[in-house]
Design a protein around this ligand. Sequence first.
Ligand code: KIV
Ligand code: ZN
Length: 518
Amino acid sequence: MVWKEVKGMRRIEIFDTTLRDGEQSPGVALNADEKLQIAHQLSKLGVNVLEAGFPIASPGDFEGVRRIAQEVRNVSVAALARANAKDIERAWEAISGAESPRIHTFIATSPIHMLYKLQKSPDDVLEQAIQAVRLAKSKVSDIEFSAEDASRSDVDFLAKVFSGVIQAGATVLNIPDTVGYATPEEYAAFLQSIMERTVGIEKVKVSVHCHNDLGLAVANSLAAVGVGVHQLECTVNGIGERAGNAALEELVMALHTRKDQFNVETSIVTAEIARTSQLVSRLTGMMIQHNKAIVGKNAFAHESGIHQDGMLKERSTYEIMSPSVIGIDVESIVLGKHSGRHAVQQRLADLGLNLEEGRFEELFSRFKLLADRKKEVTTSDLFSLADEQKEKTDLINLDYLQVSSGTHLVPTATVGLMFQGQRLADAACGDGPVDAAFKAIDKVLGTQGELIHYSLQALDGGEDAQGEVTVSVKFGENLVAGRGVSTDIIEASVRGYLQAVNRAFSRGWIEILEKNES
Ligand code: KIV
Ligand code: ZN
């Protein structure tokens, strides 16, 4: 990443782990194409390091990391590996094609993890960490070592492990607050003690990785900036294990808006923040809470009369940053049924939606159909149209849907699906039309999805907004998310359910029963 020098400001690197720790969020299961799309956007956003995944975890993870390493440029690509030879070999195999590869290896160092999880002595953990870094170093020069559950580890033992792995060739030391237990002052003091005790610390970069179990991930990461760490690990929208990780957009905008306090700069192109956040939300199916800092729907909304009055007189009365800084712009041209190809093409280009050859015409005809159903086609609508095109690579697609329901009717749905060139159809009754449609899909495919979560919201403001449905569905032990958008909320629900089915199918979590063509 190329830095633009600002006099007197320290540089801090952003290590994004949306595709690894973020992908560990319950219900998130991205395929290789989706990961690649997010990775390209992260590179545009200007992150310094992109953790692409955990290659040993599954063939799908391996493939996602391999493709990102091959195709995404202007960013270091990291792959996670436990501190053992098999993981490290697999990680290296996946990232060897990267412009700037990094192996990220880890082992737990807290008494509780060593005793109960690893069932190893501290000496064995020390030895394993050193051996792992040595092996990784024989493959690539850039090695990050993480001490899992570092914040609950003994300071002297941790410093011994860090001193050992620096000697073995580590270039980055990561000190995670794995369980989100630390508080800002305590964490800063802990980092300071580690840095004072570690031999060779001046030769490496120090990194932090904070989880949000107590809602302190961003505060802890910012406290770490105060003691001079070089790298912050984070995820877009703060997604990740349990309560998630430090949110990239919150860290970056805190550092940007309060330069006076932190005196550091990042390489993040802030104007790409909103777009990245929306892309991650759409592809992971993880909705952003409306009052979420920086990227929530309400983050720049002013409701009360007093606030609106203040804003009209002088924006800085209630606005500490401009929405345009994170890439939220008021669109000057309204797209609708009278809009021509050129206007649509221009807006798509402005949004960074570069369609593959020949795909524009297809999108444009669906744009026209949508414009017939609603007055204004918004930015969110365009993103959804572009997503629908990607879904064309799905193996199971909606052919038709028919529902009947009412106060005196048993809700019934008939669903026609296309699967491997066959048209399959079936009908089912349910507690409501959505339930009936989901049951009909399961009947057609011979699957058994358990609906864990369902939410419906308007994609944008306005009375003709499209409905956006997100679902979490359990197939056996596996939880998977899906999202669907349509002017018809039953159709949006069916599309969301089908996205979850497709994701489960592409991972081999479900089998589709052989059926006769209808
Ligand atoms: O939270 C954690 O400790 C991790 C490590 C693998 C860095 O995710
Ligand atoms: Zn983590």
